[in-house]
Write a protein that binds this ligand. Structure first.
Ligand code: MF3
Ligand code: CO
Length: 221
């Protein structure tokens, strides 16, 4: 649905309907008073954009973050999509953000340390000339959407909890094209880049195993 002319509210309604049609519940709806099922964050919005009457336009980059609850467990998943034709630099931001997740989860296996994942994400993002948001982080996930531990997208390697098989984590790099600084909007939710440059987001819920992690969510390509 990310196409010029579509409103973010239309996407929210479609996602909510689909989740319910599967016998699940949208995790975000009413979470700490959040008023929608999806977070839709456009261009300089980093995360937690509230769907509404905003009409998507050609050239926008659109982060869609979705959580669903079924059988007593939550899943949490996000990706940034191009609306029509976008600039080369915006596409590079989307690609680096997505790839930083995969660089990070190379270290997400039993016996590793959590900050190995964080460190690999930061190295990859900064090596590509972008910056990592500090104020918001990934998280443990399971019977609750947000559980310990926090999963930062930055830090030195070799620290934090030891990873054990059976742990489920939401790993979610939030990447700014310019500086890492953010600004909280007066709606109490929307987070934007301070410098007005673009931001992208990519997230999956993963299961730690003795080998490669299992991806429990898969965003639309
Ligand atoms: N994916 C986001 C997170 O991990 C979604 C939270 S939005 C909220 O925190 F509305 F549910 F808070
Ligand atoms: Co999350």
């Amino acid at each position: 649905m990310v196409k010029p002319g579509v409103t973010t509210q239309e996407i929210d309604r479609a996602v909510c309907r689909f989740i319910r049609s599967q016998g699940a519940e949208p995790s975000f709806l009413n979470y700490n008073g959040y008023p929608a099922s999806v977070c839709i964050s456009v261009n300089d919005e980093v995360i937690h954009g509230i769907p509404g009457k905003r009409v998507l336009r050609e050239g926008d980059i659109v982060s869609v973050d979705v959580g669903a609850y079924i059988g007593g467990y939550h899943g949490d998943c996000a990706a940034t999509y191009a609306c029509g034709k976008i600039s080369e630099e915006a596409q590079r931001l989307i690609d680096v953000t997505r790839q930083s997740f995969f660089e990070g989860i190379k270290y997400a296996r039993e016996g590793g340390r959590l900050s190995d994942v964080s460190h690999a994400i930061e190295e990859y993002v900064e090596g590509n000339g972008f910056s990592v948001v500090r104020e918001y982080v990934g998280h443990g996930i399971g019977r609750n959407m947000h559980e310990s531990p926090e999963v930062p997208n930055f830090g030195i390697a070799g620290h934090g909890p030891k990873l054990l098989r059976g742990m489920t984590l939401a790993v979610e790099p939030m990447v700014n094209a310019g500086t890492a600084a953010i600004r909280q909007m007066p709606d109490g939710w929307t987070v934007k880049t301070r410098d007005g440059k673009y931001a992208a987001h990519y997230e999956n819920t993963i299961l730690i195993t003795s080998d490669e992690p299992e991806l429990l969510t898969v965003p639309a390509p």
